[in-house]
Design a binder for this molecule. Structure first.
Ligand code: ZN
Length: 150
């Protein structure tokens, strides 16, 4: 029998490079590309800057995201994310590392309310099995079946 927590194999199919518009919501913009291109699985990375950020930190005891609001211009040192399905729709899960004028870094789970100053992305789309997020009783999160990414 296959291990439900084991790795699943995918094949790269297409690679997209592009940028989001000034003033666009970062998470909504990435999600909209994935829906438009009907991407079911893949990987996202990006660089740029935001005029403000809204990040999440998952409180493991309360089982809810705490909001981290950063209301100033910041560099995006790194955005890393993945694409899978949630309720049958492409869903972007991304984390962000940002830095301020003194080079100090902040980070967290990318949430709506993060506004693009400038942003360049690479999205790798993959073909393979359907990877669907489902509610996980143990963590309170929507995880890949059999466990996976917070
Ligand atoms: Zn996360």
């Amino acid at each position: 029998m296959t291990n439900p927590r084991g790795p699943r194999a995918f094949r790269p199919s297409r690679v997209f490079m592009g940028s989001l518009s000034h003033g666009e919501d970062l998470l909504a913009g990435l999600t909209s590309i994935c829906r438009q291109e009907e991407l079911r699985s893949g990987r996202i990375e990006g660089l740029g800057a935001v005029s403000k950020a809204n990040l999440g930190f998952y409180d493991q005891e309360r089982r809810t995201y705490r909001s981290i609001e950063l209301a100033s211009p910041l560099e995006i040192l790194s955005l890393k994310g993945n694409i899978s399905l949630k309720e049958g729709e492409p869903f972007v899960h991304a984390h962000l590392t940002l830095s301020d004028a003194s080079g100090r870094a902040f980070g967290g789970h990318l949430a709506l309310g993060t506004v693009v100053f400038a942003f360049e992305y690479v999205i790798e789309a993959w073909e393979g099995p359907v990877l669907e997020r489902r509610f996980d009783e143990t963590t309170g999160l929507f995880l890949w079946e059999g466990g996976g990414g917070l």
